[in-house]
Write a protein that binds this ligand. Structure first.
Ligand code: MG
Length: 337
């Protein structure tokens, strides 16, 4: 098995702003694992708050010696090896995990979702995420959201009410909200959430700083809508501490080292009676189809990145009734352009 690494600069359709920063271009790391003429594709796209960069991901991946393994189907062993190479580096580890699953699917002639017992017909609708912007631009992006049946609005700006009023005038689509830790006062946050409940908002993600466990737990206790942890949850071992503090978790492959651990997190979250969302960062169809393979096991999906970038090196996934379509192709089911 041979691993190759390629940084790739993604261009955003619109500048993308969340509470705290804006991006217009974004470098993701694409990998390939080759074995006996088969190629598995993987991706690790850095998220700013995880502390990884294109350089750190590349440096980690350069240490990964897959030549020592003869059988790509030994996924657990290979992932245990990459995990112990260094702590952290979850995004770099995700690139290997995704490529191995794609490769294993191709070798076994079965789709990745089948490896996890996910059924395509259980795919939840995916949200289209709208970054922080002027109310006019937010509405323009909603108008452009063709094919999507849910929108997720990023808040945590100084004009949250202005943005939301424009959204509720613009669309009848179900709305979800992500504050990205941007709310500072628990009572003000709860007042906002109570109003959002009247507007039939489906859930609110990460209202306050991830380290403010009491503040987020207080909001969850009083909130009429589900409160979902995102920045507060990373790997499997972070899950138990969140029981009671949130109603659910947003799993992102790059936070938790990939598909193998994400599937364990879904199982564990169910045992804890927590809802599950599968989310994404700015990434190509490769990372998205890896998340999509697990999405039928989740309550919510936020896998919209291919529609927010202009130079996806892979074909854009198919949307049907606002849901990503899982095809019968072996592996991730990536299509070429
Ligand atoms: Mg989020």
């Amino acid at each position: 098995m041979k691993l190759s690494i390629k940084p790739f600069e993604l261009a955003m359709e619109h500048p993308f702003t969340i509470s705290g920063y804006t991006r217009t271009v974004h470098t993701t790391i694409l990998v390939q694992i080759e074995h006996q003429g088969y190629i598995g594709y993987g991706e690790g796209s850095p998220m700013r708050y995880l502390g990884e960069t294109p350089d750190s991901i590349t440096a980690f991946l350069q240490q990964v010696q897959l030549e020592q393994f003869n059988d790509p189907l030994q996924i657990e062993e290979i992932l245990a090896y990459t995990d112990q190479l260094a702590p952290g580096n979850t995004t770099a580890k995700t690139a290997v995990d995704i490529a191995l699953h794609d490769l294993a699917g191709k070798l076994q002639q079965r789709p990745c979702y089948g490896m996890f017992g996910a059924l395509p017909q259980h795919m939840p609708p995916t949200t289209l995420t709208i970054g922080i912007d002027t109310p006019e631009m937010v509405c323009r992006k909603i108008k452009e959201a063709k094919g999507f049946q849910r929108v997720k609005i990023k808040l945590g700006s100084d004009n949250d009410y202005g943005i939301l009023k424009a959204v509720f005038e613009e669309t009848d689509l179900p709305v979800c909200v992500d504050a990205n830790q941007g709310w500072k006062d628990r009572q003000q946050a709860l007042d906002m959430i109570t109003w959002l409940h009247e507007k039939k908002v489906l859930f609110v993600e990460q209202p306050m700083n991830k380290d403010d466990i009491d503040g987020n737990a207080w909001i969850t206790e009083h909130s009429p809508v589900p409160i979902i942890a995102d920045e507060a949850v990373q790997r499997l071992n972070s899950l138990h501490a969140l029981k009671g503090a949130y109603n659910g978790i947003n799993i992102k492959l790059v936070k938790c080292t990939g598909m193998a651990e994400a599937s364990k997190m879904i199982t564990e979250a169910r045992k804890l009676d927590m809802q599950v969302m599968i989310g994404c960062t700015t990434e190509t169809s490769c990372g998205i189809m890896a998340g999509a393979a697990l999405a039928p096991l989740c309550d919510w999906a936020d896998l919209d990145s291919p529609w927010l970038i202009t130079n996806n090196p892979f074909g854009t996934p198919t949307l049907h009734n606002g849901r990503l379509v899982l095809n019968d192709e072996p592996g991730l089911g990536l299509v070429s352009k």
